[in-house]
Design a protein around this ligand. Structure first.
Ligand SMILES: [Fe+2]
Ligand SMILES: [Fe+2]
Length: 267
């Protein structure tokens, strides 16, 4: 289950997700951002590895290995989307420009952004595994790839947060809360706004434009299956005092009886 390869023999079709252009475009847009995004997460977490307690240091190393594997599979997936006729270059450029802004920032700010984005991936991963509606009618191997990624995102969901708790151990609670909440607000605005723009970009490549398709995308995200509506309570929990990703115990979804991440192991 750990390191797997998908889609080497069979490629997903153009509308691989239930023959639905909106659902397909949303997931293609997400995937297009992963290679650069995950590289950013790796750097942000690794910057705080030295001097971490041995268990956290080992988990950071395991986190890095998992994210590298995810990127490898999403590179293959993204190539298949290009082969199916989509141009991902604009999306890639927007992500590149966005990440260029993070270069001169204090490492702790990049860690706080990573932690917010890892909360997004954990929330979305939980939905993917808990609710079969998201991949109903999907090309099976492609759905398996997304579920594999989702499983590992839940498995390592505590690592960026634990790294933050370690890196800010001398901060006051208020200072910690202020920085993590501010970064979550910024990340939310950028992440949702840009993924919607990217999805509309891909839909336009299918000739699907105008208010009707914006409405369909809003209904897809907010109503049925309603990913953004469903993750809202978990998003809100991030701002609560004493938040930790593992306060939400969803180990049963990933069924790990052995793991490099102690918190992920099912008792
Ligand atoms: Fe990942
Ligand atoms: Fe991750």
């Amino acid at each position: 289950m750990r390191d797997r390869r998908f889609g080497r023999d069979r490629k997903p079709g153009r509308w691989w997700l239930n023959n639905d252009p909106v659902a397909t475009a949303w997931h293609n847009a997400l995937s297009a951002t992963f290679p650069r995004g995950e590289a950013f997460f790796i750097e942000a977490v690794k910057a705080h590895r030295d001097g971490a307690p041995p268990r956290l240091e080992a988990e950071i190393r395991a986190f890095v290995r998992q994210e590298i594997n995810h990127t490898r599979e999403h590179v293959v997936f993204n190539k298949a989307a290009v082969d199916a006729g989509y141009d991902l270059a604009r999306i890639d450029k927007r992500v590149e420009d966005m990440l260029a802004l993070t270069k001169g920032r204090p490492p702790i700010v990049n860690l706080a952004a990573t932690m917010a984005l890892e909360h997004y991936t954990a929330m979305i991963a939980h939905e993917f595994l808990a609710n079969p509606a998201h991949f109903a009618g999907a090309e099976p191997e492609t759905a398996a790839m997304w579920r594999w990624h989702a499983t590992e995102e839940i498995e390592h969901k505590g690592v960026a947060y634990d790294t933050w708790l370690h890196a800010t151990k001398d901060w006051s609670r208020w200072q910690r809360w202020k920085v993590k909440s501010l970064l979550m607000a910024i990340v939310t605005k950028n992440f949702i706004g840009r993924r919607v723009d990217d999805t509309l970009d891909l839909l336009a490549q299918d000739g699907l434009t105008g208010a009707r398709w914006k409405w369909k995308l809003a209904a897809y995200l907010l109503w049925q299956p309603g990913m953004l509506r469903r993750i809202f309570p978990a998003w809100l929990a991030y701002f609560a005092p004493g938040f930790h990703p593992w306060n939400h115990d969803d180990r049963v979804l990933i069924g790990k009886h052995g793991s490099e991440f102690a918190a992920a192991v099912q008792g």
